[in-house]
Design a binder for this molecule. Structure first.
Ligand code: ADP
Ligand code: MG
Length: 273
């Protein structure tokens, strides 16, 4: 699956992130459009390790709801790049900004697709660890796929502690701060469900749940809210099924939180009869 850098023509930048840049590119011989995530040789060791880990995970996954991997290259200069399918509409974060908040029917469709991706990943012992609107990609058929495996982890044993992640994210679950109070480290998969709950909540109300509209996250305040306050509750416009679904994602005790496959059977996701 190695590709020749000379075969790839960069068209423009799609996004920037931690040490990497994602380009829209064209494969010259086939004229197929892809996305290419490049981490430059002069970026620090952490980023280069992350992009290799991401490549290792993507090349082993095959799910309609995980972004499709198409190859990689590594240049003598140290640049490492991953070629993947191009997702025309960008991410759920950009869709929220351009189109406004999502309806419950749209969110049920998003939830079904992300949960199907998470069920696949968790069955393969992969924890994503960074589920949020800007890491959920959308193509022109409105298919939603999980991307950005930069901080993901493969569990080596079923009861493997999962406390090695040093990054910080507003979508982190209570047990990531305080495993002893919130169900322990042993169900690392549950952290992805918490993050999905906050993501769907945000797409419904239009701003990050724990903070008043427009306020920028102050890390200490946020951590206190996640651990010590009750989980956020939806506005009165939300239907009982939607409310119950979000409640099942945002159970603070990770051992009580619903799994991805359990959530797929929740009434909120069943077609209206
Ligand atoms: P980072 O680790 O830098 O956050 P991401 O994989 O999340 O890297 O990519 C950064 C941004 O690039 C995304 O938020 C999205 O806007 C864009 N992007 C990433 N992958 C694709 C893709 N396959 N198709 C279209 N846009 C993409
Ligand atoms: Mg990202």
């Amino acid at each position: 699956d190695a590709i020749a850098p000379a075969d790839i023509e960069k068209l423009h930048v799609l996004g920037h992130g931690n040490g990497g840049t994602v380009y829209k590119v064209r494969h010259k011989r086939t004229a197929i459009i892809y996305a290419l995530k490049v981490v430059h040789g002069d970026s620090d060791a952490v980023n280069r390790r992350q992009v290799r880990r991401e490549m290792d995970i993507l090349r082993r996954t095959d799910s309609p709801h995980v972004v499709q991997y198409h190859g990689f290259y590594e240049k003598p200069s140290g640049d490492v790049a991953i070629l993947m399918e191009y997702m025309e509409l960008g991410t759920l974060e950009t869709l929220l900004k351009s189109n406004g908040t999502f309806s419950e029917a749209q969110l049920a469709s998003v939830a079904r697709q992300v949960l199907s991706g998470l069920t696949y990943l968790h069955a393969h012992k992969i924890i994503h660890r960074d589920i949020k609107p800007s890491n959920l990609l959308v193509n022109k058929n409105m298919e939603v796929k999980i991307g950005d495996f930069g901080v993901s982890k493969v569990m080596s044993r079923t009861l493997d502690a999962c406390n090695s992640y040093v990054g910080t994210s507003a979508y982190m679950s209570p047990e990531r701060f305080d495993p002893d109070s919130y169900g322990g480290n042993y169900n690392g998969y549950a952290a992805d469900i918490w993050s999905l709950g906050l993501t769907l909540f945000e797409l419904y109300v239009g701003h990050f749940p724990f903070l008043p509209m427009g306020q920028r996250p102050d890390w200490a305040t946020l951590m206190c809210a996640i651990c010590f306050a009750d989980p956020p509750t939806l506005p009165p416009t939300a239907s009982p099924h939607f409310r119950s679904f979000i409640g099942s994602c945002l159970i603070k005790d990770s051992s009580q939180r619903w799994s991805a496959s359990q959530l797929l059977t929740h009434p909120f996701l069943l077609p209206p009869s």
